[in-house]
Design a protein around this ligand. Structure first.
Ligand SMILES: O=c1ccn([C@@H]2O[C@H](COP(=O)(O)O)[C@@H](O)[C@H]2O)c(=O)[nH]1
Length: 269
């Protein structure tokens, strides 16, 4: 298989940069006229997959919205992942994992080993137990041609307390993380497999984003980030503007979900 960076690069060229989140919020289920039950979750999730996965480069399910239904919700998540990939989308599972090394290995096996029922093309991980604690994720991603998106400058207003603090070298914490990514992506062409999460809401705070990897930009749409913000903050870097609620509000019509995805991709190109 080709590397995640190569697959992503080709997918963005072919389908556009939009990353569509499938986040079954209770309030969205209600808007779609569905009950907040496993049956409602299933209808919501597979309608969204049908409307979005054939048209976008990346589908991003947020694990929490499936986990809240217990094992039956996780079973729906497994099928969302498999069916989205079958429809040609790459799947970035948003789980924001990070722990001591031995536990991180178990998480990496759960999400990145193709033999796992939750196997995805990429996942989100947190480096705030120290970047080295992510080594099992990095090694496993390399072994299976998967990708990682490391939390850098997140879209929430509380993030800067930690992420913009300075370390002994004078860099910001986030800048230090981008430096680690630059090392991991060295020599990769056309794009490395190790990306960062940088919110579309961060204003002009971004520096050091030239780490030769993809950038996931949540906060686009519902949280206030616009296409103009994406252009201003990221310029010509490979960025995946990520929208969940903003796109999902076009449902429950499959055609309207498709149109929203195509229109948003046009706006972003
Ligand atoms: O910094 C971050 C990292 C991840 N997220 C996730 O993205 C989506 C955003 O959903 P919207 O409905 O488009 O606001 C959600 O799954 C978050 O957990 C983020 O928002 N910010």
């Amino acid at each position: 298989m080709t590397s995640f960076g190569e697959r992503l690069s080709a997918a963005v060229t072919q389908r556009g940069p939009l990353c569509a989140g499938i986040d079954p919020h209770a309030s969205l289920l209600a808007e779609w006229g569905l009950d907040d039950t496993v049956a409602g979750l299933e209808t919501f999730a597979f309608t969204a997959v049908e409307g979005l996965a054939p048209h976008v480069s990346v589908i991003k399910p947020q694990s929490a919205f499936y986990e809240r239904f217990g094992s039956r919700g996780v079973a729906v998540l497994e099928r969302v992942i498999a069916e989205s990939r079958a429809l040609g989308a790459l799947v970035l599972l948003d789980v924001k994992r990070g722990d001591i090394g031995s536990t991180s290995q178990a998480y990496a096996d759960a999400y990145l080993d193709p033999a796992s029922p939750l196997a995805s093309d990429a996942i989100t991980v947190s480096p705030y137990l120290g970047f080295g604690s992510l080594d099992p994720f990095v090694d496993t991603a390399r072994r299976f041609d998967a990708g990682l998106f490391v939390l850098g400058l997140t879209s929430n207003k509380e993030g800067p307390e930690v992420q913009s603090a300075t370390v002994d070298t004078g860099e910001t914490v986030a800048g230090r993380m981008f430096g680690h990514l630059r090392r991991l992506n060295a020599d990769a062409t056309p794009l490395g497999s190790f990306g960062a999460v940088v919110g579309a809401t961060i204003g002009d705070a971004a520096e050091g984003l030239d780490f030769n990897g993809p950038i996931l930009a949540p906060g686009f749409g519902e949280q206030g980030g616009t296409a103009a913000d994406i252009r201003r903050i990221f310029g010509s870097l490979t960025v995946l503007p990520s929208s969940s609620r903003g796109i999902l509000r076009a449902g429950p019509s499959v055609d309207r979900l498709r149109d929203a995805a195509l229109r948003t991709n046009d706006e972003l190109r």
